[in-house]
Write a protein that binds this ligand. Structure first.
Ligand code: GLU
Length: 304
């Protein structure tokens, strides 16, 4: 498969979308990012890297981080994790408060905000030094010690994070948060603020594509079956209330974030990351989603 040529064709095809959609501005620091960026990077299971566009510029991975927090939480808690968070697609906005109330404080899945806030609570209860340990796991899975938090993004999100604060309060009310609300929110916003480039993100997603190699990073281990299940949750819940549309168009387990990044995998073959800050109305990158749709269409490679 000539991925290089295919990426060039895709880049030309999606160029007309470069100014379609709006970047997230409810997190003030994200409004400062140049929205007209696009990058895509494929890392194959045999180590080849094929890329196009803005692949080295770092962006805020936002909700893509939830794949890493789920990996850690599942490794540390095993199946008991699912008592505190579900694994059903939400069909609702990523920050829905009304759904959490109807579900009496058990978030639908770990990839909506409420679910990831519960994961942050789990990690605070189980890790010795949550901020340090989280970053060191992410650095280890990406094999890159330069990856870090963006404290400006995290502080700016906390300053305006009214809905996430409401979600945390409701979780606490229903008894699904053990730690102090402020501590949990602080850690959750830090996780979202992790900065990576497309090149780094595709590398970090490779272990989810390659189940022939043991998943073991910085003391966090998952069985091949657990990795398969994380891919299943990505497939069904990774794109908020756009998950059905994404599945229909793309057909690769993936996770998006409001920073405009997407990480996805074609199991057994490659991990891919895209970045373009302009989002559709559901909060997913316009160019990124289209690029992945064209990638699976042109290659005829998808999980379906
Ligand atoms: N930090 C963002 C929030 O909590 C993450 C949302 C996202 O990327 O979907 O609102």
């Amino acid at each position: 498969m000539d991925y290089k040529l295919i990426l060039e064709e895709i880049a030309a095809e999606i160029e007309p979308l470069r100014q379609v959609g709006r970047q997230a501005d409810y997190i003030p620091a994200l409004a400062k990012v140049n929205p007209d960026r696009f990058g895509i990077c494929i890392t194959t299971t045999d180590g080849e890297v094929i890329e196009w566009g803005d692949v080295t510029e770092r962006f805020s991975i936002q909700s893509v981080t939830k794949v890493f927090s789920l990996s850690m939480s599942l490794s540390l808690m095993g199946e008991s994790l699912w008592k505190r968070v579900g694994k059903e697609p939400s069909g609702a906005a990523f920050n829905s408060l009304i759904q959490l109330e109807l579900d009496r404080g058990i978030p639908r899945n770990p990839f909506i905000n409420a679910g990831a806030i519960v994961l942050a609570d789990v990690l605070i209860s189980t890790l010795d030094n949550p901020e340090k340990d989280y970053l060191s796991f992410v650095r280890s899975i990406a094999s890159d010690s330069t990856i870090g938090y963006d404290y400006e993004v995290a502080t700016s999100e906390r300053a305006k994070g009214y809905i996430n604060a409401a979600i945390a309060n409701m979780l606490k009310y229903y008894g699904n948060l053990d730690n102090d609300i402020e501590d949990v929110l602080h850690f959750y916003f830090l996780q979202c603020s992790v900065e990576m480039s497309c090149r780094q993100l595709s590398k970090a997603f490779l272990p989810f594509a390659d189940r022939s190699t043991a998943f073991s990073f910085d003391g966090i281990s998952l069985t091949s079956s657990q990795v398969k299940r994380i891919n299943a949750v990505m497939q069904t819940c990774g794109f908020y209330n756009d998950a059905g549309e994404y599945s229909y168009l793309v057909g690769l387990p993936g996770k998006s974030g409001v920073g405009g990044g997407i990480g996805a995998v074609y199991p057994g073959r490659y991990a891919v990351a895209t970045w373009s800050p302009r989002l559709n109305e559901k909060g997913n990158s316009v160019m990124g989603m289209k690029a992945l749709e064209l990638l699976t269409t042109h290659t005829n490679e998808s999980i379906f």
